[in-house]
Design a protein around this ligand. Sequence first.
Ligand SMILES: CC(C)(COP(=O)(O)OP(=O)(O)OC[C@H]1O[C@@H](n2cnc3c(N)ncnc32)[C@H](O)[C@@H]1OP(=O)(O)O)[C@@H](O)C(=O)NCCC(=O)NCCS
Length: 149
Amino acid sequence: MIRLRTATLEDIPALANVLANVSAQTDPTVDVEKARTSMIESIPEYFGKDEPESLLSLIELDGEPIGRFRVVRFKDRIFLGGIQILPDFQNRGIGTQLIMELVDESRTTGRPLQLDVERSNSRARRLYERLGFRPYGESETDIHMQFLP
Ligand SMILES: CC(C)(COP(=O)(O)OP(=O)(O)OC[C@H]1O[C@@H](n2cnc3c(N)ncnc32)[C@H](O)[C@@H]1OP(=O)(O)O)[C@@H](O)C(=O)NCCC(=O)NCCS
């Protein structure tokens, strides 16, 4: 069963593990062990400094941490500020399920659901397009996409 659980300081190793493995997936020069260690050191800095509306969660599959999920709920919009799933658990519909829950929330609250996707991440962009997101702007590195309820 997939569940979101609010992350605490004790979850930093699990969050670092997800981020290190996901970055190694696209960049073969990344050393997973080194990346994990440096993230374990840098994530505590970030805790407490994030936007107050932000909610950082672990994605758990049957109680095991398999991903990271960050949502920022503003008054007038919902921002999916990060979704990363460990490579072994990708492509099983988990991302779709979690994003569709936010799409439902967007529909029931009437707030647009927005996210930024790196230009180079065409697979993620295709997933978002399938789920009803459309581009509404861009920066040097990212495409801004939104689902309009
Ligand atoms: C993007 C991601 C959250 C999708 O979750 P998921 O559970 O793997 O996706 P689902 O099984 O629900 O849907 C499959 C679709 O996800 C996308 N996807 C799958 N693996 C992906 C990967 N490694 N990177 C980017 N997109 C991916 C593809 O569009 C795929 O459909 P396709 O096979 O027709 O191309 C997940 O793959 C992931 O964490 N990827 C690496 C990190 C990332 O790119 N995060 C998004 C940043 S904006």
